[in-house]
Design a protein around this ligand. Structure first.
Ligand SMILES: [Zn+2]
Ligand SMILES: [Zn+2]
Length: 285
């Protein structure tokens, strides 16, 4: 089973679907077979041992002359009445109630001619869902991850000293004795490792800052490359693709030592002394 995508639960996911960037899915796409622009395909999703059919994947059409650098997007779509959509709302009742109350509020505000805002799920309710491949490329499997699971992991990792540069390795290391047989924590750890491994593969094990690939004369069999969480995983528990960067061990050390801020808009690090360093490779941020 390979990870396809991880998505935080939000209004869109509960009622209509979500978007995935195909650049993140290089290995999956080889099996799934590309869709031409505007083309769609039906897939099925397995969730808690039930299979939901008739879910559409569309290669979203947009104005390619106007947005030449816009990454290719596939939309996974279902209606609010679709059984999968309903099952998601049953699985995540707290977020669903919150979204529904905000939708009602927005409706009232609109009637009164007042400004409405986008619905943002409070941090303490945060849940996610991970999609995995199966033998059949048109059948995916979904794995829900609940807020309580994030909470328990947070408590667990709070026992570790913060600012520990090796923490990410510690977290990904399956031999770490401190992590006991708690299935939810194992689930999140495994997921985190999967997301990181996928990204490492996408970049061909090269550093996103300097492009370095550590291979000859040392050999090819060990992949010496790190995954770094932009917003520290220890506090954010954010293991979505957009919070991870692939770095060589040198750049990884430097970033933890000098703690530069990453400016997402320009895709560059700003160091405390004013030095700026951009990304040589970037497919996903
Ligand atoms: Zn580097
Ligand atoms: Zn790091």
């Amino acid at each position: 089973m390979d990870l396809i995508y991880v998505k935080d639960i939000d209004k869109s996911l509960l009622y209509q679907g979500f978007t995935i960037r195909t650049s993140l899915l290089k290995y999956f796409m080889e099996k799934f077979k590309k869709l031409s622009i505007g083309e769609n395909r039906k897939i099925s999703i397995i969730l808690n041992d039930k299979i939901y059919t008739d879910i559409q994947v569309i290669n979203q059409n947009f104005n390619r002359e106007k947005y030449p650098n816009h990454p290719e997007m596939y939309q996974v779509r279902y209606t609010p009445q679709h059984a999968f959509s309903q099952a998601l709302r049953i699985l995540f009742p707290e977020i669903t109630n919150y979204v529904d109350s905000q939708l009602t509020l927005n409706k009232t505000l609109k009637i009164q001619g007042r400004k409405t805002s986008n619905i943002k799920i409070p941090e303490n309710m945060r849940c996610s869902i991970a999609f995995y491949t199966t033998e059949n490329p048109n059948v995916w499997e979904a794995l829900p991850i609940y807020a309580t699971e994030f909470d328990q992991l947070k408590n667990k990792i709070a026992q570790y000293p913060i600012n520990e540069p090796d923490f990410e390795d510690l977290l990904l290391n399956d031999n770490t004795a401190h992590f006991t047989q708690e299935s939810h924590i194992i689930k999140i750890r495994k997921l985190n490792k999967n997301v990181c491994d996928n990204l490492k593969k996408i970049y061909g094990y090269r550093c996103q800052i300097c492009g370095q690939l550590i291979t000859t004369p040392y050999g090819n069999e060990k992949k010496v490359i790190d995954a770094h969480h932009i917003d520290p995983f220890i506090t954010s528990l954010n293991n979505n693709f957009n919070n991870i960067m692939i770095l060589c061990p040198n750049h990884h050390r430097i970033i933890h030592a000098y703690n530069p801020t990453f400016k997402l808009k320009n895709k560059e690090f700003l160091y405390p002394n004013g030095y700026k360093e951009g990304l040589l490779l970037n497919l996903h941020l």
